[in-house]
Design a binder for this molecule. Sequence first.
Ligand code: HEM
Ligand SMILES: [Fe+2]
Length: 330
Amino acid sequence: MLRGLWPALKDKTSGSLVFLVVISTISIGLLYGAGLMWGQHTHISVMEYWRWWVVHLWVEGIFEVFATAIISTLFVRMGLLRVSVATTMILFATIIFLGGGVLGTFHHLYWSGTPISILAIGATFSALEVVPLLVVGFEAYSRSKIEHEMDWEINYHWPFMFFASVLVWNMIGAGLFGFLINPPISLYYLQGLNTTANHGHAALFGVYGMLGLGLMLFCMRGLTDVHQWNQKLLKISFWSLNIGLAMMTFLSLLPQGLWQSYASIKHYYAYARSAEFMHSAVMEGLVWARVPGDIVFAVGVFAFAIFVYQAFTSKQTSSVTTTTEQLETP
Ligand code: HEM
Ligand SMILES: [Fe+2]
């Protein structure tokens, strides 16, 4: 990352945005170190504390800053976002994610002897986490409608579509499904049920999976001949991945989670996780309901893989422009 960003870092005009991307990139790697803080005989409450450093501070802290910074930087370059909005949002995101994100970690320490006041702090700060990316998304959405007809559309259509889906899944997966399980009263009944798997899948692939694919396409513009790109495969891939993920969550994981939640509230928590309940006809039926979504999703994965293979192996007709050149003439 540093090798690629170094020339941009030395260019004083794009300073603060690129610098934030560098810091968050380094921090993502460092944060995994928290996973070394416990051993075989560590008390479970201490272990839980550090485990959530890895999970929560990675997905809801450092990586959210990285996602906001990188998407804002690219949207600025694409001419979709004003520098002032981008910089304000990234700083806002950094303050919330890094200041509040640390305190937000406490929304996970539910059954580890954590006092209620600390849980309340955790719930409050974690609720603020989705705001910055949403603001960036709305700004970009309104600008994209104006700029629709420009050359920009041809050059950046698919990377932009993937970034747009990041913003949508951030709203659904992290915002909606995260909020569903986030209030203390929810966590009291729902911790570790399928409502969590539902949130984890929608947020993790929806936000960071789509982001990875979008960034990959963005880089591929400089490495392959864009005019040779198989648009049809990309289109199939984009829609299959998104529709497949939606089917996976809405047809299987969410209903499973809600049915389990009902059992947990009506009877008791252990019952909602018991073998008897998990292997009941309804739950097993809902597990099978996952197959159609998984198939649609898999089609998207294969289409993307074939697209990448074709893009790198097809003969180049026109000279390949570098990403920087394309950025300067959007
Ligand atoms: C894109 C951002 C996010 C990603 C990728 C993400 C991912 C995940 C994953 C994978 C887990 C399960 C971890 C485990 O059980 O070991 C989880 C748990 C959880 N997440 Fe998120 N999350 C995100 C944002 C949020 C937000 C914004 C909220 C709050 C509004 C939230 C609330 C929760 C809660 C309360 C749990 C714990 C549920 C439980 O213990 O059963 N998440 N998240
Ligand atoms: Fe969290």
